[in-house]
Design a binder for this molecule. Structure first.
Ligand code: NAD
Ligand code: ZN
Length: 375
């Protein structure tokens, strides 16, 4: 065999085929205080025609505020206010898709989600379900979406979840809380205007910001860690520490937390979350505890898994005088605990990331019950 043909053989040899994931990223992003004012010019070239509207899904916390008059509605565009009191459900997505299809003959030009993780996830899911048949629960899982979604834009108004960059939309379905993870989920455009986060109440600012902090700790301490995730995770962690432990000017802190959220989301794209998220999903499924606070409630008791992370978390919590609620699981029955434990244990990749392939030797139902009982 001459050298040339040997090289060709090495290239095509099946045992050398790698298995890395090829992820989409948000192709366009605008960042800066006040950039919401550019939304109209960003959307204009994406308008299919005057019959094909833009649908704005907006957190109803903004109803009656100045932000609404700045939304660039023209032609038959529609603004739909949505409460973020409960996290998104598959039924809710299906109902929105049904409404949009019956309100218009044509598919919309795009969906714009304005709000926190709840509204961003709804916008992603609605954009997918406008072009894919059936009910949204059928797509909860990995890579089940068949057809590209319609154009969709994410405009975060609170920072931390990383939902603005991720390729998932987390939905509560009839039998599970699980994301629609697909290449078509990722936003086509993200607009990050830190001014939009000005009115966030302090507790919520802490809980959602801690979602980002916990993403970093879980990613950086996981067995799936790699240079890609580490580079984003370390940056996000550094930003979280500045925001929550230093005394930054408010506008500086808003800018930094928005970028922390972005980097934290990028970090878990190529790794996974861990123990706090697995257990928080259990709390959320049974009790409807929201993501940010649920993560905090669990994370405070995870010293044996993340000793340094928990120490930092406690420092941040004290600095901002955050009192986490207590006794959440006090009244629960054995069956209740079992439901939460089963939900948590079903999230195999999260445990594998946290503790390695042999995680079942470390994490038992009894152990999880003892942690839940402390909450
Ligand atoms: P959220 O969207 O649930 O909102 C929390 C609260 O903050 C709500 O009451 C909302 O009205 C309020 N709020 C938002 N912006 C505000 C503002 N500017 N001023 C005043 N109030 C404001 O909060 P979240 O923590 O961003 O999102 C949680 C959701 O995100 C969960 O459903 C979770 O499953 C999801 N999530 C998704 C991903 C993903 O990658 N897709 C990642 C993490 C979390
Ligand atoms: Zn999270």
């Amino acid at each position: 065999m001459d050298i040339k043909s040997k090289n060709i053989n090495t290239i095509i040899s099946p045992e050398l085929k790698t298995n890395y994931k090829n992820f989409p990223m948000v192709p366009r992003v605008i960042f800066g205080a006040g950039c919401f004012g550019q939304l109209g010019e960003i959307l204009m070239p994406k308008r299919i025609n005057s019959e094909s509207p833009f649908i704005f899904l907006v957190d109803d916390v903004f109803e009656g505020t100045g932000l609404i008059s700045r939304i660039p509605l023209i032609f038959n565009d529609q603004l739909i206010f949505i409460s973020a009191d409960e996290e998104p459900k598959t039924d809710q997505v299906d109902a929105l898709v049904h409404k949009i299809k019956s309100d218009y003959d044509d598919l919309p030009s795009g969906i714009i989600g304005i709000g926190g993780g709840t509204l961003l996830d709804l916008a992603k899911a609605v954009a997918i379900m406008l072009t894919n048949k059936g009910n949204s629960y059928q797509y909860q899982g990995w890579d089940l979406v068949k057809k590209p979604s319609i154009y969709h834009v994410g405009i975060p108004t609170i920072s931390g979840t990383g939902a603005e960059v991720s390729r998932t939309t987390v939905l509560l379905g009839p039998d599970k809380k699980l994301g629609i993870n697909s290449d078509y989920t990722t936003f086509d455009q993200v607009l990050m205007d830190p001014d939009l986060t000005k009115g966030v109440p302090k507790e919520q600012w802490f809980y959602t910001g801690m979602d980002c902090f916990i993403h970093c700790i879980e990613s950086l301490n996981g067995t799936f860690l790699n240079a890609f995730s580490q580079s984003y995770g370390e940056k996000a962690l550094e930003l979280c520490k500045e925001v929550y432990l230093e005394d930054l000017q408010e506008d500086v802190a808003r800018n930094k937390l928005m970028m922390a959220s972005w980097h934290g989301g990028m970090s878990i794209a190529y790794s996974q979350v861990g123990v706090a998220h697995a257990m928080s999903y259990g709390l959320s499924y049974l009790l409807g505890v929201r993501h940010g606070i649920g993560n905090c409630l669990v994370f405070q008791h995870l010293k044996e898994f993340y000793p340094e992370g928990v120490e930092l978390f406690n420092e941040m919590k004290e600095k901002h005088n955050i009192l986490l609620p207590k006794g959440i699981c006090k009244e629960l029955t054995n069956d209740d605990f079992e439901i939460m434990i089963n939900v948590a244990l079903s999230l195999v990749p999260l445990w594998e990331n946290a503790l390695g392939k042999e995680w079942r030797t470390i994490v038992t139902p009894e152990k999880l019950k003892s942690i839940y009982q402390k909450i």
